[in-house]
Write a new protein. Structure first.
Length: 582
């Protein structure tokens, strides 16, 4: 819990830990370094974490507890709050008396977490303040508690193995059905859904198993499990995903679904052999999610108008580019939903089908039986479609089928893996498509990335100084950026530097788990294929020339769209720097 400057001053100067003059120097240093003042006090050894927490408890009218002095916490009490929630929200259940749960918290004023735990446990929550070191001590006890449980399971299975000489496959099946294993996997899945994670990573290390969630595009540690659990954990996931339990040498892919009143989540499962065991990654797909509009995705002004203009054309291809996890499929599904009316026939060929859309015919690729993108596309063309979506153009055969479909009166939507919009057209040339086919069929290309959005509950203004602007100039052409912003009407004509503009950031609050970010939206560049760009394609022009010609015609580059969204208070400069380097 962060104290304000005056509260800290009263505590530190009042206890004569520093003089008033030294305090003023510390405040000045914190401002210059843009550092947290409390952290600076710890770094300079004026306070330690425990002392800071005790001071904070006084101002918060909350009792302080040191978990290190309490020792081992009862397993039954500790597990009332699952480890993913404990790690993410900085809480540890350490005591229970009748209907009351003693909850050690980094932030006792986190009412949202307190209410969630109250609902889950059906107990009255009594909050206590703890330090970061004390929290870490409490989190380690999850590892110790689970290790003991799984040691018993393994020991029992070893005995059974000696007595009955069961094969390894049967042994793993039995371990996968043990209650502690089932509980751990159920907890992993339940709290990944609760935290709105997009992926779960289960990574075996030499001495432990690390579980991480990808939330808003960034990986966060969720659990640390004992190494002894690894075979049973992987086996359990393989059982529910209908994979081969006894296959450890080859990668496997599967899927399963969890349906409840509140949600309908599909999990795509991938396993691969690594040095210390098998790594598992699960992608979460919310099948109950409704299609968003282009504005909700982050398309505005010129980009929005260009998309709408090209989607209304009677035929031709619209391509979406970007790295894995940049939201390409979501953009395509949004455009499909716009086109999905009763007077058109829409068919897709996907790998996998990520979202089910009513009224659209969706086909799943299955290479094992010869149903590839190209094979499926040929079949779809015999089904009298108006609109075709191809999950990804990966090879010459699929690319040629796609452009021929666009040439013969169909609207074709697909994705390509390139770094920017301009790179999609030379990429098609590299794949082996004839230049005249590309020039006459591709209407527009969208390049995109996903950026974390500033939490609107703790958004504050943020200015950049001349030194920071100088650093940004090493990464971006700021003069061109300012010119684009003026042309598009986002800033006044008189603005000459970024330091004159107001940017924003998230301070960090209960709603965003103190990250300052909540949710993600895209930054985009939309390249419309004009007559000039068609000429460049026919001449086999490189990506840079195509991109330059599009910019000349008014295209807003992806990073420029990002800066525009920064001054609108949607995201931060740090995020634009992060995704621009992907």
């Amino acid at each position: 819990m962060n104290l304000d400057v005056q509260e800290l001053k009263r505590a530190v100067v009042g206890k004569k830990l520093v003089t008033v003059h030294a305090w003023n120097d510390l405040v000045k240093e914190a401002v210059e370094k843009k550092a947290d003042l409390a952290q600076l006090l710890i770094e300079k050894k004026i306070l330690d974490e425990e002392a800071l927490a005790q001071i904070s408890a006084g101002f918060l009218d909350s009792e302080f507890v040191d978990l290190k002095q309490l020792g081992q916490i009862s397993k039954e009490v500790l597990l009332l709050v699952p480890e993913p929630i404990a790690r993410r929200h900085g809480v540890i259940a350490f005591g229970k008396e009748k209907d009351k749960l003693k909850l050690a918290m980094i932030d006792p004023n986190d009412l949202e977490t307190r209410d969630a735990i109250k609902k889950k446990t059906d107990l009255v929550v009594e909050p206590y303040l703890i330090s970061k070191g004390s929290l870490d001590y409490g989190l380690k006890q999850y590892h110790t508690s689970l290790e003991a449980e799984f040691a018993k399971i393994v020991s029992k299975q070893d005995t059974a193995d000696e007595k009955q000489k069961q094969d390894v496959n049967e042994k793993l099946k039995e371990m996968a059905e043990e209650i502690p294993v089932v509980r751990v996997v159920d907890t992993l899945l339940e709290y990944a859904i609760f935290e709105k994670a997009s992926d779960i990573h289960i990574e075996p290390q030499e001495k432990e198993v690390i579980v991480r969630y990808r939330i808003d595009g960034v990986l966060h540690d969720a659990m640390t499990l004992p190494k002894v659990i690894q075979p049973a954990l992987v086996a359990r996931i393989k059982v529910i995903a209908n994979l081969k339990i006894d296959e450890h040498r080859l990668p496997q892919d599967g899927r399963f679904k969890i349906q409840k009143d509140e949600y309908n989540i599909s999990f795509r499962v991938s396993t691969i052999p690594v040095f210390d065991g098998e790594k598992v990654v699960m992608r979460l797909l919310d099948e109950s999610a409704k299609a968003m509009s282009l504005e909700e995705l982050g398309f505005f002004h010129r980009n929005y108008e260009t998309i709408i203009r090209n989607v209304k054309k009677p035929h031709g291809a619209l391509l979406v580019t970007g790295p894995t996890g940049s939201g390409k499929s979501t953009t395509l599904y949004t455009i499909l939903s716009m086109l999905n009316t009763k007077n058109v026939n829409i068919s897709t060929i996907e790998d996998p089908i990520e979202y089910r859309i009513e009224g659209i015919n969706q086909m799943q690729v299955n290479p094992k039986i010869g149903l590839t993108f190209a094979q499926g596309l040929r079949a779809l063309l015999r089904q009298d479609p108006n609109v075709i979506m191809i999950g990804e153009i990966r090879d010459t055969e699929t690319a040629e089928e796609a452009v021929h479909a666009a040439l013969t009166g169909h609207i074709v939507l697909s994705t390509l893996h390139t770094n920017n919009a301009g790179g999609a057209l030379p990429r098609l040339l590299d794949i082996g498509v004839e230049p005249y086919l590309i020039a006459s069929t591709v209407n527009a290309v969208v390049g995109q990335r996903l950026t974390r959005q500033i939490c609107q509950d703790c958004k504050i203004e943020d200015k950049i100084d001349a030194k920071e602007e100088e650093e940004l100039r090493k990464e971006f052409n700021i003069d061109v950026l300012l010119a684009v912003m003026k042309r598009e009407g986002f800033i006044e004509k008189s603005v000459k530097t970024l330091s004159e503009l107001t940017f924003y950031k998230g301070k960090g609050c209960d709603k965003c788990a103190h990250t300052g970010y909540k949710g993600r939206k895209g930054i985009f560049e939309v390249l419309e294929v004009s007559a000039e760009i068609q000429d460049l394609i026919l001449k086999h022009a490189p990506t840079s020339q195509i991109q330059d010609k599009a910019v000349e015609a008014g295209m807003i580059l992806m990073w420029q769209d990002g800066f525009i969204k920064c001054i609108q208070g949607r995201t931060t400069i740090e995020e634009i720097l992060r995704v621009s380097k992907e």
